[in-house]
Design a protein around this ligand. Structure first.
Ligand code: MEV
Length: 410
C-alpha cells in the first residue's frame, strides 16, 4: 500500500526503488543462482546488470557463500601495485585494492620522495588486543580487594584452552578494571597477545568465557563482552625524512615546499575540518593494503579515528616538521590490528597473493608496512596541495575514467 512515508522514500531513493517488501524469508537458504534470480526480478535488473553480479574473480561461488550471508555475487575492485617502497632497508612492492584513480600513483610518488632520506623506518608494539567485559555489580563496594587477590588466577583461567597460542608467545597478558558509578558499570580490560591473528573472534570467545568466572567473584548482571577496536596497545609506527631538494619545482624552491607541507600539517593540527580530510588522505593509503590482504578495514578505520581523539581533540594521524637543515621529517603512529592467519586472509586467493608480494610479513610487519604506506600517501597529497594544487595531477589520472563515462553518455 502506498503511504505518505513510502512516497517520500520513492522520491528520496528514486522511482525504481519500488519493491513490494524486503522481507524474504528463507532467502539465506537458497543457492546463489536462485538468490540472484530473485533480486534481479524484484529490482528489475537488465540482463547486463544481472551479468555484472555473476563474476567471481579469484573467488568461487562456494567461497563467496562461505564468507558472507545471502551472497549473490562479488564486487570487484581494481588491484594495483605501488612501487618505490624502501622500508627498513628492504625493497617492497605494495598491492593496493582501491577504486580511486591517482591513489596508487600518489603512494608510489610519496615512497619515491622518502627514498631521498633512506626510505621508511618502522616499528610496532606486540600485537595486544583488548577485550572488554562489563558487569553491573549487585554491590559496588569491596570488589578491588577481591579482584586484586584473584587477578593471577583469573588470567590463568582466561588462558585455559589457549595452549597453542601460548606456545607461540601469545595469550592473555593482563587484566585490569575500572568502575563507572554513573552507570554502575564495572568494566574489565583483558589484554591478549594474538600473535599473527587479528584476533577478534579469539578475544571475544575468551571474554565470554571469563565473564562467567568473574560474575562468580563479583555477583551481578553480565553486560557486554567484546573486544575494543581502539587497540592502543597494538600500535605501528613509521617515519621518514625527505631531502628538501626533492621538492623543488617551477613555482617554489624545495625548502619552500617543505615549509609549506609543514604548514599544511599545522593547519590540520589546528582545524578539525582540515584534520578529517588530512586523515582521509592517510586512509587512502592504509585501507587499500588492508583490503588487499583480506583484513577488516572497518576495524582499522574505527581504531585509527578514535586514536586521533586520545587527547580530547581530533588530531591529524601524521606529523610533519622541517629540521634544522630544512629537510622534512614525517611520522605516523596508529593502532593497527591486522592478521595474516585465519578467516578471509587465509582463504581468499588474492589476499594470499598480496601477502606473498609483500614478502610474507608477520602481522606486526604488515601493520608497519601499512603505516608506511599511509605516511607516503599523506606526503604525496600534502606536497601537491602545498604547491600546484591537487586537481592537476588528480584530473590527469582521472581522465580515462571521465572519457569512459562520457562514452557511456553519463
Ligand atoms: C583525496 O582522496 C584525498 C585528499 O583530499 C587528502 C588531503 O586533502 O590531504 C587529497
Amino acid at each position: 500500500m502506498e503511504t505518505e512515508t513510502s512516497r517520500k522514500f520513492q522520491v528520496r531513493f528514486g522511482e525504481r526503488q519500488t519493491i513490494k517488501s524486503s522481507r524474504l524469508p528463507g532467502y539465506y537458504e537458497l543457492p546463489i543462482t536462485e538468490r540472484r534470480r530473485i533480486v534481479s526480478s524484484l529490482c528489475d535488473l537488465t540482463p547486463a546488470e544481472q551479468k555484472s553480479l555473476e563474476h567471481f574473480g579469484a573467488l568461487t561461488p562456494e567461497l563467496t557463500d562461505v564468507f558472507i550471508e545471502n551472497a549473490v555475487g562479488t564486487m570487484s575492485l581494481p588491484l594495483g601495485i605501488a612501487t618505490n617502497f624502501l622500508i627498513n632497508g628492504k625493497e617492497l612492492l605494495v598491492p593496493m585494492a582501491v577504486e580511486e584513480s591517482s591513489v596508487i600513483a600518489a603512494a608510489s610518488h610519496g615512497a619515491k620522495l622518502a627514498r631521498t632520506g633512506g626510505g621508511f623506518r618502522t616499528g610496532s608494539t606486540a600485537p595486544i588486543s583488548t577485550g572488554q567485559i562489563q558487569i553491573f555489580p549487585e554491590n559496588p563496594e569491596g570488589f578491588e580487594s577481591v579482584l586484586a587477590k584473584h587477578k593471577d588466577e583469573l588470567i590463568e583461567k582466561a588462558n585455559e584452552g589457549q595452549e597453542r597460542l601460548i606456545r607461540r608467545g601469545g595469550g592473555v597478558k593482563n587484566l585490569s578494571w575500572r568502575y563507572v558509578p554513573a552507570i554502575n558499570s564495572l568494566t574489565f580490560y583483558l589484554d591478549v597477545d594474538t600473535r599473527d591473528a587479528m584476533g577478534a573472534n579469539m578475544v571475544n570467545t575468551i571474554c565470554e568465557k571469563l565473564s562467567l568466572d568473574l560474575v562468580k567473584l563479583i555477583p551481578g548482571d553480565i553486560g557486554l563482552r567484546i573486544l575494543t577496536n581502539l587497540t592502543d596497545k597494538r600500535l605501528a609506527r613509521a617515519s621518514c625524512l625527505i631531502k628538501k631538494e626533492a621538492f623543488h619545482n617551477d613555482r617554489y624552491s624545495g625548502a619552500e615546499v617543505a615549509k609549506r607541507i609543514e604548514a599544511a600539517y599545522l593547519f590540520a593540527a589546528h582545524d578539525v575540518y582540515r584534520a578529517a580530510t588530512h586523515n582521509k588522505g592517510v586512509m587512502n593509503g592504509i585501507d587499500p593494503v588492508v583490503i588487499a590482504t583480506g583484513n577488516d578495514w572497518r576495524a582499522v578505520e574505527a581504531g585509527a579515528h578514535a586514536y586521533c581523539c586520545r587527547n580530547g581533540v581530533y588530531q591529524p594521524m601524521t606529523t610533519w616538521r622541517c629540521n634544522d637543515d630544512g629537510d622534512l621529517e614525517g611520522s605516523i603512529e596508529l593502532p593497527m590490528a591486522l592478521g595474516i592467519v585465519g578467516g578471509v586472509t587465509k582463504l581468499h586467493p588474492t589476499a594470499q597473493s598480496a601477502l606473498k608480494i609483500l614478502g610474507q610479513p608477520s602481522a606486526q610487519g604488515l601493520a608497519e608496512i601499512v603505516c608506511a604506506v599511509g605516511l607516503a600517501q599523506n606526503l604525496s597529497a600534502l606536497r601537491a596541495l602545498a604547491s600546484e594544487g591537487i586537481q592537476q595531477g588528480h584530473m590527469d589520472l582521472h581522465q580515462k575514467n571521465l572519457e569512459l563515462s562520457r562514452r557511456k553518455g553519463d
